[in-house]
Design a protein around this ligand. Sequence first.
Ligand SMILES: [Zn+2]
Length: 528
Amino acid sequence: MGYDGAVSYQVLARSWRPQRFADLIGQEAVVRTLQNAITSGRLGQAYLFSGLRGVGKTTAARLLAKAVNCAEGPTPEPCGTCVSCREITDGVSLDVTEIDAATRTGVNEIRDLQEVVRYRPTRDRYRVVIVDEVHMLSASAFNALLKSIEEPPEYLLWIFATTERHKVPATVLSRCQELEFRPVSTALIAERLLEIAGEEGFELAPEAAAMIARASGGSVRDALSLTDQLRAFSGDTIGPDAVAEVLGVPRRERILALISSIVEGDAGTLLSALREELREGHDPTVLWEALGRELRTLTLTVAGADPSSELDGEAAALAGRLSLDAWTRVLGLWLDHEPVVRTAAHRDLALEVAALRLSRWPTVRRVEALLREAGGTGGAVGGDGSRKTGPAASSAGGGRTASRSAGPAGPAEALADALWNKGLRQAAGAAREATVEIAGGLATLSLPAERAPLARILEQRLDTIREIASELWHVTGVDVVVGSAGTVEDSLADEVARDPGVATALEVLGGNIAAVKPDGNGEASGWN
Ligand SMILES: [Zn+2]
């Protein structure tokens, strides 16, 4: 450990290093295990603390050293004031040795260590050896220490810490009790930062604290050193703009606004907001990644799969606007475009096109099909009803269960399932035959003319369908459309023709539509 000497300013990570188990945030399971071991007198002789950097491994190791050697101990919460505790805090205890295997793996150091572990503690109960980044020890160093790890004398306590557990030799792993340190949640880190700001007397906006916490990726130490940087940059008042500037990350509320535009399919708002971010100098790749990170959080939250994610009101409301299927689809589109945005020669343009395609999430598959067909044949895209657009259902009519669990559900399948669950089997069968299009807050259920009776079944259940549709896709209206005019693809073709973004996409992606014939009224609009 270093010494403060004449340096009056201590970095936060050091001045706020937890001195009590109770202050070690986000590691309750580890702390409980260690305290139980002490209280019950079942302390192991070798521990391996694994986990991300800056989450409290070394801090916990020192606390454990104090707990076993405290004048009032062994105790689950060391006093912090006795000679043993103070010496350990100051790094001058003769009975506690701490080495960093990342920097000290030389033959001499290992020989010294072999000496140290041979002797009983000079004053305290235990001789504690803390080896940080233990996976960096050389094979010969491991071999030299192996005997005292495998058969440690009763006074010896090994505490190994590693960020790369998979590199720790099995011979060591098998002798250790392992404790895994979790990344600390964003909310806990932000809370801690605000607490520290209050104590240290500098102003930290809650949103700024949340941004720092997110950027630290679960590492308390990183969060504290980012805060140090920010204090150096903007003095004693740290706001979100300063964080955005120093970290080079866009403000989260803006990312959420972008996602909101994507959810609504509002390409205009999306594009102008993106341009604004780019004008402010944010890197396209950083923007894209921020977008992906938020999409992932929203998706995991809706899936109930991310217990560590804590969404604030705004994000939670946003998450609730799409079903899990829809979020999965948007996230999938993000993933599809990730390499393009990262490697494109014109990353600004690539970002805009990719974002536009995200905003087309309900229809983009059909647009792709459209491009493929049109590009392949150079022929007209029109609605003559000759192409089968509905889901490939095996038969019409209700009472089928065979396809209910088959594969990821499209919108028609999802609607059919929901109807089925409500006992509306006929309607479920009809829904399965329909093509569902979601756009502009409206779900359009299309059936070919020869299926008109099915449309009537759907119309009879329109109230229920509206309820389901609002829940599934957050649309406000439902239309049932009958006719051989291929309404869905026509409206799509129309949409494609009108959308400058998709035109750009065509250019960039090398697509080629020879002609688009929107409907049967003779009006033709072509673009190449
Ligand atoms: Zn003590």
